[in-house]
Design a protein around this ligand. Structure first.
Ligand code: 5GP
Ligand code: ZN
Length: 114
């Protein structure tokens, strides 16, 4: 999408600190980390939010989770653990309208909401 921040990151128009990349998935460091390790994992394809994931995206979404596990292993935080968060829509606190999975790690994470 033309004016989407994360599509611009996918296209390299905005720089990012990449952690992982393949044909379908990109992972990069969050610019404003909320934990010692804060990685955003996104589909390269523009999907506005979790609410707009379609049947045809089911394999892609599954792949994002296995990619997160690979990132955890490759970056040494698989055993200590991590938290994966997807904010969806206004009430969910989503600010960038391109589906993204926050991966937080590197410390005992704080308050559990759920
Ligand atoms: P949301 O609130 O939409 O779930 O999360 C958006 C995330 O994107 C925030 O954690 C924010 O710090 C991150 N972010 C916003 N703009 C940029 C950017 O230009 N580069 C990177 N790497 N992260 C960004
Ligand atoms: Zn996008």
């Amino acid at each position: 999408m033309e004016d989407c921040l994360f599509c611009k990151i996918v296209k390299g128009e905005i720089p990012s600190k990449k952690v992982y990349e393949d044909e379908e998935v990109l992972a990069f460091k969050d610019i404003n980390p909320a934990a010692p390790i804060h990685i955003l994992v996104i589909p390269k394809k523009h999907i506005t939010s979790l609410a707009y994931v379609k049947k045809e995206d089911e394999i892609l979404i599954g792949k994002i989770y296995t990619t997160i596990n690979k990132i955890a292993e490759d970056n040494g935080f698989k055993e200590n653990g991590y938290r994966v968060i997807v904010n969806c829509g206004k009430d969910g606190g989503q600010e960038v309208m391109h589906l993204h999975f926050h991966v937080l790690a590197g410390t005992q994470l704080g308050e559990k909401i759920v």
